[in-house]
Design a protein around this ligand. Structure first.
Ligand code: ATP
Ligand code: MG
Length: 283
């Protein structure tokens, strides 16, 4: 059985459970359990604090885990990232009091910086030849300047509203982060096969999310133009309409260039455009 560690509660919990569910993996996870076994996949799930996940993987207690890249880099264990999951996005930033005239990282020379990410911060400061006093604290970093514990902070930011309400402004982005699937370097053949199965499912779920199924009608003289916009998985499907000179086209379109493609399709006289979400996609 493959053992996966996920966050017990917190920002990554819901998305981690949702991902397993979308992969067709059902858990009997009554609350407050340390571990759960999947009914229908050879997977055992451990619920842990996110800070502990890299160590558990490194020690071989868990084979894989879902954890923020920020935590993984801070803990600096010799484990691999096998999939970038696209949720839990945030950045690790330096933030300074609003009133400070911040110009460059060198303005932090000699200051006191509060953070939970002292390793990443130390590396960043050293790479810019800045000497500052790092004050490691484990939570509520944003209040440190307000209570006189530090001059500035280095913390995770997503919307920036926490900084704002604490009278701080973002000065420098050190790292962009998202949740990743991390894995030990040391797998048995059997476990490797289970991981491959799991990755196939994760990839099917993620690829499906990034794509939409699209159906439209178009005059035949525009089909070549339309195919160039909608290459599809292998190639688009075309069916003749009863109305002469017209066809129905079915294909797949990527979420990222979706609106741009739609605008161009309209220029190529496409009409009756229908867009449908895809549940799973195995390419
Ligand atoms: P635990 O009790 O497991 O130690 P925690 O309080 O350390 O939890 P959370 O606040 O739940 O951690 O955040 C977990 C992860 O979510 C972070 O390490 C980061 O990768 C990600 N994340 C995304 N957005 C944010 C944000 N705005 N602030 C903090 N973390 C964020
Ligand atoms: Mg934590």
């Amino acid at each position: 059985m493959l053992k996966i560690a996920i966050q017990k509660s917190g920002r990554l919990y819901d998305d981690s459970i949702k991902l397993l569910k979308e992969c067709g993996i059902e858990l009997n996870n009554g609350n407050k359990q340390l571990k759960a076994v999947a009914f229908n996949f050879p997977l055992e799930v451990y619920f842990l604090r996110d800070d502990d996940i890299p160590q558990y993987i490194f020690d071989g207690v868990a084979d894989i885990g879902i954890v923020g890249e920020n935590v993984l880099l801070e803990k600096n264990k010799d484990i691999d990232i096998v999939y970038r999951l696209g949720f839990g996005r945030c950045r690790l930033s330096l933030a300074v009091p609003k009133a400070m005239q911040y110009q460059s990282i060198h303005d932090l020379e000699g200051l006191k910086i509060a953070t939970s990410y002292s390793n990443i911060l130390q590396q960043y400061l050293s790479s810019h030849q800045v000497n500052a006093e790092i004050h490691e604290i484990s939570g509520s970093v944003e209040i440190a300047p307000g209570i006189g514990l530090a001059d500035v902070i280095c913390d995770l930011v997503s919307s920036g509203s926490t900084l704002f309400t604490n009278g701080l402004k973002e000065a420098e982005v050190i790292l962009q982060s998202e949740a990743v699937l991390a894995a030990t370097k040391d797998f048995s053949e059997e476990k490797k096969l289970i991981l491959e199965k799991l990755l196939l499912r994760i990839n099917a779920v993620k690829t499906a999310k990034n794509n939409k199924y699209i159906l439209l009608n178009a005059p035949n003289h525009q089909l070549k133009n339309i195919f160039s916009l909608l290459p599809g998985m292998k190639s688009p499907t075309v069916v003749s309409l009863v109305e002469e000179g017209w066809s129905s086209v079915q294909s797949v379109v990527n979420e990222n260039d979706f609106w741009e493609v739609i605008e161009k399709l309209k220029q190529f006289e496409a009409e009756g455009i229908i867009v449908i979400p895809i549940e799973k996609m195995i390419v």
